[in-house]
Design a protein around this ligand. Structure first.
Ligand SMILES: Nc1ncnc2c1ncn2[C@@H]1O[C@H](COP(=O)(O)OP(=O)(O)OP(=O)(O)O)[C@@H](O)[C@H]1O
Ligand SMILES: [Mg+2]
Length: 281
């Protein structure tokens, strides 16, 4: 079982699109059992897998979300019998939802914004511990974490819980120049928390044209530096249908667009191959 976080501090680079579609592809094409964890308070990945009504029903029925992992376990509540302690959930009681064959999600929640978490409080370790618990019950092959675009406590929790991180990059100068800073921040966290997490690659997303000046200059920046060895052969092209159908539980493999399906399959195959190669080291 491998845990992979999709990370980039730049917003809107395709983290959510890539994480949901990697999960879909791994589960339906590669027949892997996959859990998607949505740790972004914007909960966009969750919105790709639930309709508005389904999500409200999920919350009204008190089903679990990422908040269950982080919220305080002891809340004193006033009842008719007087004060009593409402016991919060133990990590092992938190259940992800199966959305398709082999595809599970621990949904996100806006309430993450309200949970106070001081750095160093120890809560950063809760996601890692949750993953240890859930994998004793369900035999996942991959856990993919969709992270928010800010270096927050949520990003730190994801890094602590992961074996690898994958960087989606949009070929515009602001997006790709930020990856050096991202690496520095991750390296600092590795040192602070004594982590073994490794970069498992860099995938270009939303590429409009291979011969465009922006894509060419993004490529030359990546290929002239240490990043070269991380760059995936395939990239995700820009297609309006991806954005259009995303909230209708539609995935790249559902489209009739062979080139983007092949691109996604290529990215997923390279991800698996890189992990296999890393394990042999
Ligand atoms: N290959 C693509 N072609 C066209 N549109 C895309 C593609 N990939 C992503 N998008 C669209 O671009 C927008 C940003 O993508 P996405 O939400 O995946 O980025 P993100 O990095 O997760 O953003 P955030 O930082 O806000 O979490 C979305 O509206 C999405 O539908
Ligand atoms: Mg996102």
């Amino acid at each position: 079982m491998k845990v992979i976080s999709l990370i980039n501090m730049k917003g809107g680079v395709g983290k959510t699109t890539l994480s949901t579609n990697i999960c879909d592809c791994l589960s339906r094409r590669n027949n892997k059992k996959v859990l998607l964890i949505d740790i972004d308070p914007q909960f966009n990945a969750t919105q790709c897998l639930f309709t508005g009504e389904e999500y409200i029903k999920h919350l009204t029925e008190n089903k679990d979300t990422i908040v269950s992992v982080f919220e305080e376990k002891r809340n004193v509540v006033r009842s008719v019998e007087g004060l009593s302690k409402k016991k919060g959930k133990e990590l092992k009681e938190i259940n992800p939802i199966q959305v398709k064959d082999n595809f599970y999600i621990l949904p996100g929640h806006l309430e993450l914004y309200r949970i106070e978490m001081a750095a160093g409080s120890g809560k950063e370790n809760r996601l890692r511990r949750y993953i240890q618990e859930i994998t004793t019950k369900i035999n996942f092959d991959f856990i993919i974490i969709d992270t928010p675009p800010t270096p927050s406590i949520w990003m730190t929790s994801a890094l602590i819980a992961s074996d690898y991180y994958l960087i989606p990059v949009k070929p515009d100068p602001i997006s790709y120049t930020g990856i050096d800073l991202l690496k520095t921040i991750i390296d600092d966290k590795k040192e602070d928390f004594n982590l073994k997490i490794k970069c498992i690659g860099l995938v270009f997303t939303m590429v409009e044209r291979e011969d465009s000046i922006v894509y060419k200059s993004a490529l030359s920046k990546i290929e002239s530096e240490d990043w070269k060895k991380y760059k995936y052969r395939k990239y995700l092209p820009k297609r309006t249908d991806i954005a259009k159908f995303q909230l209708n539980k539609s995935f790249i493999l559902d489209t009739n667009d062979t080139s983007i399906c092949m691109a996604l399959v290529g990215v997923v195959d390279e991800l698996i191959k890189r992990i296999e190669d890393d394990e042999k080291k």
